[in-house]
Design a protein around this ligand. Structure first.
Ligand SMILES: CC(C)(COP(=O)(O)O)[C@@H](O)C(=O)NCCC(=O)O
Ligand SMILES: [Mn+2]
Length: 905
């Protein structure tokens, strides 16, 4: 592998005056930092500091048993505000499982704790001290980070649910949370919250089989608490569904109440919600999901609800419903606004025909029933909204099951009767309202306190399939996951659409004719809903320097445009073979790694196929979500750092007049951004030359004007035009490991430092592609510090060299007078960044910052290209994709963007 000479690096970082041509001749003295990757889980929690607690009063739910505080200890740093408390002897405090046991389905929610990976990270602790990082934005006691899982079972198969609880030991604190709760001995009394009629009916069975006592919660209380939580805490929870088109709605938390909640279970409840815990059941109807399923079973001999729903996909209700046209000789009754195809009387045709039940197709019966019930519910709901003057109607409950035609029918009814004044909205977690409410009734979770940015929804590998099983595959063990993937290798190509992709034809005022569907069958997981696992990260915050957080949209490219979707899917599919090679190589190319690599490729392809069929399946989809999904999928198959083997660690420093130096520096960042292993074109380029050759080539192409070129404005600000002082603190969002950071961002940091600006390097929390991580920064900076006094002094002053400087002999003295160079993690594990969800250490560092520099395509083009900041912002990237170049900047691949935007106040 060819690399950079020390002199070359001196040149780039500005520590001597050797020019490019001179450095060309010295190519052996390669300064490569060792390729060791810091073991992410090195501390693993094994050596957590344990400080005995003296006090014994902890807030608790009155409905629950007393906490056993004996042996209680603080986990982590005693100095921290709101530290986590371990209760090793607290055995029966099983607060992370809740149930809603309905007439047809059991909905189960369970919580699993994140392992505390970075407990012993010294960089983090030093950052915490320096910026005074708060415990997120939480008001009361801390909630533990973790994951909320959503699972369901048929009530008739309650034993499957009990087996599931038992196999995961959820009633004893769960397999994932053994460090939170001690194991509960077998017959110890576990108390879990449950709602729904089955909480009464099956109480004895739960006690008998698992020793669980059920603490019953009121169903309406739970429904409302669940809906309020979802609407406040989950981004893109609510959506409209009209004529096959799904649109997510962002609800303003301050303008949520009042609303009408229509919960369609076996029966239907209509609840006027005025606030948290403030509601009134204003109406309901006995014609609900149970009616559809019960009548449908009698009339069609279907064996399951889903089968009945699937039949309706192929039905034509005109054979059985009496339409206006049937009465008016094929004509509309336009005087009162009814088209010929309006249903005048559901099942009405059956009275005038001399036919028996066998003479009707079960498909038509099912559709007729579905339309009858859905219209009826939509109409009653609207009348109730009208009655109380409510603007919004949210529909939930498992009757809907994400079924497009059902939602369209309800929406149509609401729109029709309200003459377009009201709109039906649906909830992605529609079936879990009650269970969520029961879960939240454990007061100690404090979930009601969570903000929308503290929850990250992830779609695990099982999301594209369910294999027909109602409870899906919440598989824990990696081996289980791989075998499951292997088993479904065939199925990956057989994904069918659950919703009509083409716009269904309507017949004007009368509603739709028949459902349109691409396949004959409903996707097997139509009833599995499009919900992922909710990751609770209480430390995430909104980036404080965003000028308009409410209107901020991180994605520049919206994949709801089918052309964009197809293009980016093709690109990402094309990357897969190479990516798998890199990932497998990063783990030594072992057979185990190959097997995982294969499984990853299948899982990610299945996600792509699923999203191609239904782009909104996982919520609103942008390019950033897709790139993040890929990283998550790699992590699921335990590829902790897929590009480890090629992350380059080149180092050292460089120097010359502010104006030329500044230009050289910006050129350096732009040129170095060519080292991007996520770009097809760049990877092809790497096969054609060495790193240094490519970098030189890239630099030579740096003639101004760049395609977006605000350099002069930036320079003006930097050299202090209009009497401006140097910036106080700059946040540098760094990108790729190796050349980008060493040849690009560190030299720029150095320039800022020498001008008296504090610099905070902001890097990923988790590896993604070849991006540098916050954990890796101290070593890279330490290596650079060996060659550059400015960097060394600043890094020392910033406490960045606490670990890494141990090996540096000469100058590890404290240099507290220097302007500090610091590093923080951004809270992400993706090449893109959503600034609504950043780490609390970044949020704290941002408080005094007056300059933000974003580097790279992911951070400054795919996301944040349109973001406005309260402080000065510089967005630097080389566009390494032809289509994006054309679309975004009307240019070509390898064109550069240097966008400078002074503070928006
Ligand atoms: C993943 C990336 C955003 C990383 O770019 P970076 O932020 O490192 O500049 C980029 O490589 C990308 O958009 N790649 C996919 C498109 C392509 O292969 O052309
Ligand atoms: Mn990158």
């Amino acid at each position: 592998m060819a690399g950079l000479t020390e002199d070359h690096l001196h040149h780039l970082l500005g520590t001597n005056d050797i020019n490019d041509d001179e450095s060309k001749n010295k190519v052996d003295n390669i300064a490569v930092v060792k390729d060791t990757v810091v073991e992410r889980e090195a501390s693993g929690g094994g050596d957590k500091e344990m400080v005995p607690l003296t006090g014994s009063s902890i807030h608790r739910s009155s409905s629950r048993p007393q906490l056993d505080l004996s042996g209680a200890a603080i986990q982590g740093n005693f100095e921290e505000r709101d530290p986590t408390i371990l209760l090793p002897n607290q055995s029966d405090d099983i607060s992370h499982l809740a149930l809603d046991i309905g007439g047809s389905l059991i909905k189960l929610i369970y919580f699993s704790r994140h392992e505390d990976r970075f407990v012993n990270d010294r960089r983090k602790r030093s950052v915490k001290g320096r910026f005074g990082v708060s415990n997120g934005t939480r008001r009361s006691y801390p909630i533990l980070g973790g994951r909320l899982h959503f699972v369901k079972f048929e009530t008739s198969k309650v034993n499957e649910c009990l087996d599931f609880i038992n196999s995961k030991q959820l009633h004893r604190g769960g397999v994932d949370s053994s460090c939170w709760h001690a194991e509960v001995p077998k017959n110890e009394n576990a108390v879990i919250k449950a709602t729904g009629g089955g909480a009464h009916k099956f109480a004895d069975l739960f006690k008998e089989r698992l020793g669980i006592s059920i603490d019953k919660e009121d169903e309406m209380d739970c429904l409302v608490a669940g809906a309020n939580f979802l609407l406040k805490a989950i981004r893109h929870e609510a959506f409209t569904h009209m004529e096959g088109h799904k649109e997510f709605v962002q609800i303003d938390h301050n303008d949520l109440f009042p609303y009408l909640l229509v919960n369609i279970g076996s029966g239907v409840s209509m609840i006027k919600v005025d606030g948290d815990g403030k509601f009134q059941r204003v109406s309901g109807t006995n014609v609900g999901g149970g009616t559809y399923w019960g009548l449908g079973r009698l009339l069609t001999k279907c064996k399951s609800f889903d089968e009945l729903l699937e039949l309706s996909q192929r039905g034509d209700n005109r054979t059985i419903d009496m339409l206006v046209g049937d009465i008016y000789g094929g004509m509309d009754y336009s005087k009162i606004g009814l088209s010929a195809s309006t249903i005048a009387s559901s099942f009405g045709k059956a009275i005038s025909e001399n036919k028996d039940i066998e003479d009707y197709r079960p498909e038509d019966i099912s559709l007729s029933l579905l339309r009858m019930i859905s219209y009826n519910i939509g109409q009653i709901a609207y009348l109730n909204a009208l009655r109380f003057g409510l603007k919004r109607i949210f529909f939930g409950g498992f009757f809907i099951r994400g079924h497009a035609y059902t939602m369209d029918t309800i929406s149509f009814a609401v729109q029709f009767w309200s003459k377009g004044q009201a709109q039906a909205m649906f909830l992605r977690h529609e079936g879990f309202l009650g269970a969520l409410g029961a879960f939240m009734s454990y007061e100690k979770h404090g979930l009601d306190d969570l903000m929308v940015h503290q929850l990250v929804e992830r779609f695990p590998m099982g999301a594209p399939y369910t294999g027909g099983k109602i409870h899906g595959p919440p598989l824990g063990d990696l081996n289980e996951k791989i075998s499951w993937m292997e088993k479904f290798v065939q199925k990956g190509t057989e994904i069918t659409a659950p919703v009509p992709m083409a716009t269904p034809g309507t017949t004007g005022l009368g509603g739709f004719e028949v459902p349109l569907s691409r396949g004959n069958t409903l996707r097997s997981d139509a009833s599995n809903l499009n919900v992922g696992v909710l990751h609770l990260v209480p430390t995430l915050e909104v980036f404080p320097l965003l000028a308009g957080p409410k209107t901020y949209e991180p994605n520049t490219i919206d994949l709801s445009d089918p052309g964009e979707l197809e293009y980016w899917f093709t690109i990402l599919s094309g990357h897969l073979p190479d990516l798998v090679d890199k990932a497998v190589a990063s783990e030594g190319g072992t057979d185990d790694a190959k097997r995982r690599g294969d499984a990853f490729a299948r899982a990610f392809s299945a996600h792509l196929a699923r999203l191609m069929e239904e782009p909104a399946a996982y919520g609103k989809l942008g390019l950033a979500n897709l790139l993040e999904l890929r990283e998550e999928c790699l992590r699921e198959f335990q590829f902790v750092d897929a590009y480890r083997s090629i992350k380059l660690r080149y180092l050292t420093c460089q120097d010359n007049s502010i104006e030329t130096r500044l230009l050289t520096l910006i050129e350096g960042v732009l040129a170095a951004n060519i080292f991007d292993w996520g770009s097809r074109a760049c990877v092809d380029l790497y096969h054609q030359g060495t790193i240094i050759e490519i970098y030189r080539m890239s630099r030579k192409k740096m003639q101004r004007p760049w395609r977006v070129d605000d350099f002069d404005a930036f320079k003006e600000r930097m050299i202090g035009g209009s009497g401006k002082k140097p910036h106080k603190r700059a946040l540098l969002f760094v990108d790729n490991s190796g050349a980008d950071i060493v040849l690009g961002m560190l030299p720029l940091a150095r320039e800022l430092l020498r001008r008296g600006t504090e610099v905070v390097l902001v890097a990923n929390s988790l590896p993604a592609l070849n991006d540098v991580t916050a954990m890796e920064l101290p070593e890279i900076v330490a290596e650079a510090a060996k060659h550059c006094d400015i960097l060394r002094g600043a890094a020392e002053a910033g406490g960045l060299l606490v670990d890494a400087m141990i090996n540096i002999q000469d100058g590890s003295k404290e240099n507290s007078s220097a302007v500090p160079l610091m590093a923080v993690e951004n809270g992400c594990g993706s090449p893109c960044i959503d600034l609504r969800q950043v780490s609390s250490e970044l949020a704290a560092a941002a408080k005094d910052a007056d300059l933000v520099i974003l580097e790279g395509m992911g951070r400054s083009l795919h996301t944040n290209f349109n973001a406005q900041f309260k402080c000065d912002a510089l967005k630097l990237a080389m566009v390494k994709n032809q289509r994006l170049a054309e679309k975004l900047i009307k240019g070509n691949i390898y064109d550069c963007v240097c966008r400078y935007e002074p503070a928006t106040r």
